[in-house]
Design a protein around this ligand. Sequence first.
Ligand code: ADP
Ligand code: ZN
Ligand code: MG
Length: 530
Amino acid sequence: MQTLENVLRKWEPVIGLEIHTELTTLETKMFCGCKLEFGAEPNTNTCPVCLGLPGALPVPNKAAIESIVLAGLATNCEIEKDTMFYRKNYMYPDMAKNFQTTQGPLAFCMRGHLDLEIDGKGADERYGIDDVKVGESFENITRCEGGYVAHVGITRIHMEEDAGKMVHIGGSEGRIAGATHSLVDYNRAGTPLMELVTEPDLRTPEEARRFMQKLRQIYLTLGISNCSMEEGSMRCDGNISLRRRGTHELGTKTELKNLNSFKSLHDGLMYEILRQADVLDEGGVIYQETRHWDPSAKRTIVMRVKETADDYRLFPEPDLAPYHLSDEFIERVRAKLPELPDEMAARIKDAYGLSAYDASHLVEHRATASLFDAAASLIPDDASASQRALVAKQLANFIINDVTAWLNAEPDVDLASSPLTPERLFELSMLLVDETISSKQAKEVFTAIIDEDKDPREIVAERGMEQVSDAGAIEAVIDSILAENPDKVDQYRGGKTGLIGFFVGQCMKAMQGQGNPKLINEMLEKKLSE
Ligand code: ADP
Ligand code: ZN
Ligand code: MG
């Protein structure tokens, strides 16, 4: 396969996502009163409606419609007041009714968007980004410090219902290939399901991953789903095509399934970009097909050739009246909107003088966002603006680097009930800001808080960690180090100022890492230029 860089010079990837989310936090199914419950005994939460028995009549779940309107408002959609439900026919045993109740051309939520902040290495996937100056716009992006912001259109979010679950017996890895027979569990059939469809506005796998992350974060904040990619309550299909750079017509797309983690979403799309480029460069054609991402083999394989819209014979559901949302209902839902991640980022950026980069990373996960909020609220009201900014920056550093690394290593940790309380994180930051301990020691204290479930001050006292900021003590150490290394002192004074690192290192070593590095640095520079 070619390198991405080579491919991007010639081809432009075009990506659109379809994201299904089950409203797991509701009590009951979409059109009947059956209980929503993950992992219940198979076929215990069923009734004539979700089994599609003759004569059973559906009734829409109002709480589900409230949830989807909430989702629409949180993603900048227009709320469509008059919509209808439709039947999408398909013959497959996981839906006993032989059709899925869904929405037609008009969905509850239409024409929304999300703005994605892409930075770090992820920004390099966007072709031509280096040629755009900070503050300038280009296609659907605006360049900013360290990356860019991409504006991505949301076509619609519609309400539908989930199908049941097939369990294939006898084949490998539970797949249908090679199975001797299949079982079906209708507990999931009729689960309220939202489908969000994006415009084909995404250009890189990183943007796709970030979209999914951001959406998940919003839904979690709204409390409308547990958004588990692992359990399948949030699922993403990736549509992707290539077109010759500089042209505008869309190429033929493939649709990727089984993108059940952020990594799979990114890696599956990346693979498909390279695969399609190889096919096209060899003069081949891309077939419109559904492909399955295999994360262990690291490739996509054909599942089926795409059915056309006609196969579904979509028609208005005769058992449900057209649905009207009153202004009053919409306003009542709007009043329930909590502070969204973007709003929180703007608030903490202003309140604590944080950079946009820090603020957007802090709100990336709900748990870390709340930790920051709670810890930062402990900064005394009478602190000066600069003191405030200093402590907040320190808190942000801990959360973005140390806490994130810890949670990545131990994903099962529940931050809210962990030993790392907001009070302890605040105290640790204060110890660092007032230079009681060095940043190296702070890392040690951080680990000890988690391992030993103790307060930072206790740890510092036990380990005799107090940093030495006594100028007299430091000066004595500096004098002896300089006396031991006259040749290096001469070299420094002769212009090799890079040697400062050597001197600082020696002083720190002599003080068992407890010297105040800032003070050592300042005093050394002064002494060496005497
Ligand atoms: P389908 O009829 O196959 O479901 P849709 O037009 O409904 O296709 O689009 C499904 C998703 O695929 C949307 O997210 C859309 O933005 C995206 N999409 C549509 N055409 C293309 C294309 N040529 N390349 C990449 N993505 C596309
Ligand atoms: Zn039911
Ligand atoms: Mg479609």
